[in-house]
Design a binder for this molecule. Structure first.
Ligand code: GCW
Length: 701
């Protein structure tokens, strides 16, 4: 009798729980705000059973208790995923299934199972997760030397459950491959975002520092969940006012909110600040008054933000002021700021995105020419920030020749999640495969295996500092990134900066399961869409090494664009189509950009028979009837690629349709709407480009 009652009670509770779960997923309009941190109830019964056995109580040292982000995250994560009550939090191990959180300063409880040398070897940001026994009870330990390490460990553990991975026999130790893992926002102080496609800026300058939007914290939490440890919040085309005392107080208020998440504040600065903000007659980096101005400014910043990260600088580029005005070098400019920040342990990220037309007729060569000759002249707290490719975030570029070429100066990579040239959050383009192609490229700087990833990690040349940053995409749109799928690029950046060896598939699958669904079949469909999306985009916009076939909007096809304030902002400068052929000759017979690469890369690119076809027209100028590996002529191949791209874009739309009912309806509809735009745009690209080039290609016949 008792047994029966108990049984039916249990039954009732289970059905209430299941109904509640179903209710939650159908009724709650998913608007994308929660990103990949949705923590929906786990419905897979086998996993649920294992998880509930492993996580019965959460053992948190006192210092991790009230208001601590670790506690908060565990509470929302575990109550969402497993239905765990706050009463499960204790300070001591009481029974089997203990989840024990510890850092070096609270390690008492775990000392019998984790050596302090293990914690030490986690490094400043790493963590370990181990299934073990403590006091005879089964336990899972999440520990790090530092607080940020513990936070990363907690998010990792939650991710295992979010993606239905086993958690009963864990032995994980991770630390980030790169030190600087930063967001770069191109946000203006008036609330607009340069190349932003997800609404206005997150930062409410008018309300700060008095009013603090909850999004500042939600943002830091999202960053921390994928290991991002800093953010440059303003545009590299920097408004001087950011360094005014008024704005610094606003910046400091945000920095205070981010600190518990291990996210540090950085700022873009305008090189002419001492003049235009400080009233000095010059910004010459060798002028003593200028030096004093920057030192005083740095002191002020650190008095407000003691853990301030440093400055990002775009100088002598696209009209921004810089040291060249005073006949000084980039090194002298960077060192000026570096000296001001050094007493506070701040750093300077000096951008290599410079392309002075005086330096060389070929834009692709200019940054390498300017920076390699300065190698060795930079202060120890300067890094050079280099875009992935030598032009500008094109749908596909070969890696920038500066990777591997700077031997004494740390180089960090700048990649772009905001889809400036990749469909601007209207097209579904997952950047994982593109970034992996970049990171896996072998520079041969010190022989085979000198991949960009290893250069960045300081394993080719022993860099003092390492890092990767992303020109990033969140704005005030409810779903943060405009397109629901654009969130995957924010996510992928963080994961790759933590571990560049992760595959694009692994990352996409994690993201899909957390963001959309753990249903195997649906997740596989989404994964396939994502993995093909970059190549699809390249096909319908700029295949075979074509680049910059756009106008000022960087969105629509404009191959006829031959008028702009500078030649290297046109399209014709790059494709050079005529009746004789198409492509930019960067071989030894042309501009010789190839020789900026180490052998054998330079030879491979130089020789048309070995140059990968995906870079053909980047490095070679070819006649229209050039024979491709497929047996087609170049023109036939171009036609085939564009048509294939347009067909692939249309297919994405169909495939997504097949997920109707499998994905919550609001997000399904949002994505469907954008896929319709993408398919139409792809068709336009195909038609307009082929019509334009056809005029040249078909004149010979
Ligand atoms: O990609 C180009 C953009 C500019 C940008 C510049 C840069 C912030 O078109 O909008 O300016 O690069 O990276 O500095």
């Amino acid at each position: 009798m008792t047994h029966k009652t108990g049984h039916s009670m249990l039954h009732k509770m289970i059905s209430i729980f299941v109904l509640w779960g179903l209710w939650g997923s159908f009724v709650r309009a998913e608007d994308g705000y929660r990103l990949w941190l949705r923590y929906e109830p786990i419905t897979d019964s086998r996993c649920l059973e294992q998880y509930r056995k492993s996580v019965v109580q959460i053992v948190l040292p006192k210092s991790f208790q009230d208001g601590n982000v670790v506690r908060q995250e565990l509470q929302s994560g575990l109550s969402g995923l497993l239905g765990i009550e706050p009463s499960a939090f204790t300070e001591d191990i009481l029974h089997d299934g203990a989840l024990v959180i510890a850092s070096a300063d609270t390690a008492g409880l775990i000392s019998e199972v984790i050596k302090s040398s293990d914690l030490e070897s986690c490094g400043p940001e790493g963590f370990l997760i181990r299934s073990t026994k403590i006091k005879g009870y089964s336990a899972t330990v999440i520990a790090g030397k530092t607080r940020p390490g513990v936070i990363y460990g907690v998010f990792h553990f939650l991710r295992l459950m979010q993606t239905l991975q086993p958690i009963d026999a864990l032995d994980i130790m991770e630390q980030p491959a790169l030190q600087l893992r930063l967001m770069n926002h191109w946000d203006n102080l008036n609330g607009t975002i340069e190349r932003g496609y997800a609404g206005r800026s997150l930062w409410q300058w008018n309300e700060l520092p008095g009013t603090l939007s909850p999004r500042y914290t939600d943002y830091a939490r999202a960053c921390a969940s994928i290991g991002i440890n800093g953010s440059v919040i303003n545009n590299v085309n920097a408004d001087l006012r950011i360094l005014s005392s008024e704005y610094l107080r606003k910046v400091a208020a945000i920095a205070d909110l981010w600190r518990p998440f291990g996210v540090r504040m950085y700022l873009s600065v305008n090189f002419a600040s001492p003049m235009r903000l400080g009233g000095l007659p010059t910004a010459d980096p060798l002028n003593p008054d200028v030096m004093t101005w920057w030192k005083t400014k740095a002191d002020e910043i650190y008095s407000l933000i003691p853990d301030f990260g440093g400055f990002l600088v775009k100088a002598d580029s696209e009209g921004q002021p810089g040291p060249k005005t005073y006949g000084r070098t980039h090194a002298q400019g960077a060192n000026l700021l570096a000296d001001a920040l050094a007493p506070h342990k701040g750093i300077v990220m000096w951008r290599a995105f410079v392309y002075d037309a005086d330096v060389d007729p070929d834009r692709a060569k200019r940054a390498w020419l300017e920076f390699t000759r300065l190698d060795g002249q930079f202060r120890p707290n300067v890094v050079i920030q280099v875009k992935n490719g030598p032009i500008d975030f094109q749908p596909r570029e070969p890696f920038h020749p500066l990777f591997g070429a700077m031997k004494q100066t740390p180089v960090i990579a700048e990649i772009q999640a905001t889809q400036e040239y990749l469909g601007q959050a209207r097209h579904l383009v997952y950047h994982g495969p593109m970034w992996k192609e970049f990171l896996d490229s072998d520079t041969y700087a010190k022989g085979q295996g000198s991949t960009v990833a290893r250069v960045l990690a300081g394993k080719v040349h022993p860099f003092r500092m390492t890092g990767m940053v992303s020109v990033t995409n969140p704005g005030l749109d409810t779903n943060w990134c405009g397109h629901h799928f654009s969130q995957s690029n924010w996510y992928a950046f963080g994961r790759l900066a933590w571990n560049p060896e992760l595959s694009a598939e692994t990352i996409a699958e994690e993201w899909t399961r957390m963001t959309f669904t753990n249903d195997k079949k649906s997740a596989a469909v989404i994964l396939a869409m994502m993995m093909g999306s970059h190549e699809t985009f390249v096909n319908y916009t700029m295949p075979l090494g074509l680049h910059h076939l756009i106008g000022g909007d960087h969105y629509a096809p404009m191959p006829w664009n031959d008028r702009a304030p500078r030649a290297d902002w046109t399209a014709t400068y790059y494709h050079q189509a005529s009746a004789d052929g198409i492509g930019f000759d960067r071989t030894r017979r042309g501009t010789n950009a190839v020789d900026q690469y180490f052998p054998p890369v330079c030879d491979v690119f130089n020789d048309i028979s070995t140059c990968p076809e995906k870079f053909l027209l980047w490095f070679h100028r070819c006649p229209w009837d050039y024979r491709m590996k497929s047996g087609r002529t170049l023109w036939e191949e171009l036609c085939a690629r564009y048509r294939q791209g347009a067909a692939q874009a249309a297919a994405l739309q169909k495939t997504w349709q097949s997920l109707d009912g499998k994905i919550d309806s609001r997000r399904h509809q949002d994505v469907a709407d954008r896929l319709a735009i993408q398919a139409a745009d792809a068709e336009k690209w195909c038609e307009q480009i082929l019509a334009y080039f056809g005029r040249y290609a078909e004149t010979k016949d």
